[in-house]
Design a protein around this ligand. Structure first.
Ligand code: ADP
Ligand code: MG
Length: 702
């Protein structure tokens, strides 16, 4: 096969090209050989120099590349130093870029570029390239090039390799054989390319030698390579159907922000114009899920989340996240899922996933051993990794798996996910904003119960969200009327549209359709909105003005001071303020965070704390409710009661404190009896006290 591929005239054509265009590149690579082993050439450089050669590369890549590498051996520096470089091509023309789902039989054997996300990668394994086999009869060593997956053995002891010419049995000598590093990855279509909730398709790609180990799950890449078919097997039978796979020739990473979103100069003009609109913020808020009635504070927060704050690298090597994490908790049927779904369509690089994991990788990442790895361990990316640099919309986050739960802390704060299992030891990036929704455990949300008792999530995790909104479904004649009107009109708008489009003689007019549609058409069209976000995130890195800084500091200090002994804000909230203010400035495309931005951040956080952070007893904000599940005042009360029980039981002969006595003593300290009973129950539940006999309490000794 190798001999058939070799074409002397083609080799000399390539040699000419390399001599004329790549001489210095080859010399550079040669200097760093064997660390660097590849010559990368832009497709268009070849096309400019020799269009025929470029053409051949696309249509007969095997032949073109093989002879190219042959030619590379002949270039002076290479031949003098016995260097064999790989010939790798980047930047293929658009005609050869293809979406994974569109790959057809006629693409096989062609040089194509696919773009997507790395979903999985196996460990790096050595693969036999040239096998050295020893003849059991004469001891000669016969070399066989391995170009298939199945081991190829000599069929006889070849005389032309100095063997005895007899049919024999052979032993593979690994230390005389040649190996190459190999790795298999799975590339998944970019979510942007998917329409209408389609499941992304995937393709297996084989990497060899210096391409291995460079990429990680979650990376966005363009893989250039030759499409292949691989015969399927059932046991030892070979089937007539084939799987499509690719042999990678080169990988280009798309590290830059939102390269996939194309902002033209006209778009830019439009973006700059809108950014000066006095109703900019309202217009953006209106453009978030307009079919959903109300939830305006939530929508305003989602706009801020879309833009996000600035991630910062500190001189000590730590990184502070800029992404804003938002959580919706609330009654069923309040459009939480609907909002998440809308955002996942709107936000660039977003992923929609359910907490109930559908794959082994779940929300974070996992090392798995499945069919894909053919016995090897595979590292698979979950939603938070796939949403790197975007928004991860996670519905029903309260139902997430135990394994995800522990990785989630790191994923939310450090924005990394570490996997250490079997041979795999990796850290994946999850620099995404999280938009999550949770349903209350008991079906309905109870404003008077602490958050962590209502949703099945540890308080430490809940407190990592910058914003938490409780969405309650309480009957109210006015809002119910408005909501019903909105929903019914939205449905009617849809009905009229269908009616006009499908029935032969519709009595409805375009004008009527427009008047109904008006409310539910986003003011800023989603495609343009996405460009706006990408533009802002790419170009705008606002800096806090002294006034804004002052305002946030004052607000923080005043707030903590005014709430005396209860803990209100923690530095975590202060960071949330910063992120929200930065996002607010970005929306205006302002390079400065002004007082206006600080105010907007304060307003949003204020709204959220009013709903979820309020201590019902004191009427004050209390961040402890979110962080630990009990308010500061509750905590103090429990301490007081514990002290009383301790004193009473020390005094009592049998060492038990009587319920009546505890309540009486507590009332002297100013606690209501109802609250005392509640606290006793809680203390007992927590195991801090126990009840050896009815109405008698004792402190648990550890
Ligand atoms: P959740 O996830 O909160 O349980 P869903 O997102 O599944 O609720 O919403 C249930 C249905 O009710 C959806 O079809 C949604 O469009 C509708 N709905 C709920 N609240 C609103 C609202 N405020 N405006 C418009 N539609 C709503
Ligand atoms: Mg839901």
């Amino acid at each position: 096969m190798v001999r058939l591929l070799k074409d002397e005239s083609l080799v000399s054509q390539w040699e000419k090209f390399f001599e004329e265009h790549c001489k210095s590149d080859i010399e550079t690579v040669a200097l760093e050989y064997p660390e660097k082993r590849s010559l990368f050439v832009d497709y268009w450089d070849i096309d400019k120099a020799d269009p025929k050669l470029a053409e051949l590369l696309l249509s007969q890549p095997f032949k073109a590349l093989f002879n190219g590498e042959e030619a590379l051996k002949k270039i002076d520096v290479a031949s003098e130093n016995k260097i064999q470089l790989h010939f790798r091509i980047t930047n293929l023309p658009d005609t050869n870029k293809i979406i994974i789902r569109k790959i057809r039989a006629n693409h096989l054997g062609k040089f194509m570029a696919i773009d997507g996300l790395i979903k999985k990668r196996t460990e790096v394994r050595p693969k036999l390239q040239v096998g050295a086999f020893q003849c059991s009869k004469c001891g000669a060593v016969i070399r066989i090039e391995q170009d298939e997956d199945i081991l190829k053995e000599p069929s006889e002891c070849y005389e032309d390799q100095g063997g005895c010419g007899r049919v024999s049995s052979f032993k593979l000598l690994t230390n005389l054989s040649q190996f190459i590093d190999s790795q298999k990855i799975e590339v998944q279509e970019n979510p942007e390319g998917l329409r209408g909730g389609a499941q992304p398709e995937r393709i297996s790609v084989f990497l060899e030698d210096d391409l291995v180990g460079e990429i990680a799950p979650g990376d966005r890449v363009v893989v250039n390579g030759v499409l292949h078919s691989m015969q399927r097997r059932r046991g030892t039978f070979r089937l007539t159907s084939f799987d499509k796979t690719m042999d990678a020739n080169s990988i280009e990473s798309q590290e830059l922000a939102f390269e996939e979103i194309d902002v033209t100069p006209e778009d830019e003009k439009e973006i700059l114009k809108i950014s000066k609109d006095p109703r900019l913020y309202e217009k953006m808020t209106e453009s978030i899920a307009p079919t959903i009635y109300g939830l305006n504070v939530e929508k305003a927060a989602l706009v801020l989340q879309l833009f996000g704050g600035l991630a910062k690298e500190m001189p000590d090597g730590t990184r502070i996240r800029g992404d804003i994490h938002t959580l919706f908790v609330g009654d069923p049927g309040t459009a939480k899922s609907q909002m998440l779904y809308y955002m996942s369509k709107l936000a660039p690089r977003s992923v929609y996933a359910s907490g109930k994991a559908s794959t082994a990788a779940g929300l974070t990442a996992a090392a798995v051993r499945d069919e894909f790895g053919e016995g090897q361990w595979t590292l698979e990316a979950g939603a938070l990794v796939l949403a790197d640099m975007g928004v991860a919309c996670i519905d029903e986050i309260d139902k997430m798996e135990e394994t995800d739960r522990s990785a989630m802390h790191q994923a939310m704060e450090q924005q990394e996910i570490s996997v250490a299992k079997a041979g795999i030891n990796a850290t994946l990036k999850s620099r995404c904003a999280i938009l999550a929704a949770a349903n209350p455990k008991l079906g309905r949300f109870d404003e008077f119960l602490p958050m962590h008792e209502q949703i099945n999530m540890p308080p430490a995790l809940i407190s990592r969200f910058d914003l938490i909104f409780s969405i309650l479904d309480k009957p109210n004649r006015t809002t119910d009327t408005d909501l019903a009107t909105h929903i019914l009109r939205a449905h009617k708008a849809g009905e009229i549209t269908e009616n006009i489009a499908r029935s032969k003689k519709s009595k409805h007019t375009k004008k009527e359709q427009e008047s109904f549609m008006k409310d539910i058409i986003p003011t800023i069209a989603p495609d343009f909105f996405r460009k706006y976000v990408a533009y802002a995130k790419r170009n705008i890195f606002p800096v806090m003005t002294d006034e804004a800084l002052d305002m946030l500091r004052r607000y923080y200090v005043d707030f903590r001071a005014s709430s005396e002994d209860s803990v209100t804000f923690t530095p975590r909230q202060l960071e949330a303020f910063v992120r929200l203010s930065e996002a607010s400035a970005r929306i205006r495309l302002s390079q400065e965070v002004t007082v206006e931005d600080a105010k907007r951040a304060i307003h949003i956080i204020d709204q959220y704390l009013r709903r979820v952070g309020l201590d019902r007893e004191t009427g004050k904000f209390d961040i402890d409710i979110i962080a630990t599940g009990i308010s500061h005042s509750q905590h103090d009360r429990m301490r007081t009661i514990m002290d009383i029980i301790k004193r009473l039981s020390d005094e009592a002969k049998d060492g038990n404190a009587l319920r009546g006595d505890i309540i009486r003593e507590s009332e002297i300290e100013g606690l209501e009896s109802g609250k005392v009973e509640e606290a006793l129950d809680r203390l007992k539940r927590q195991g801090q006290i126990y009840e050896p006999a009815h109405g008698k309490y004792k402190i648990t000794e550890y």
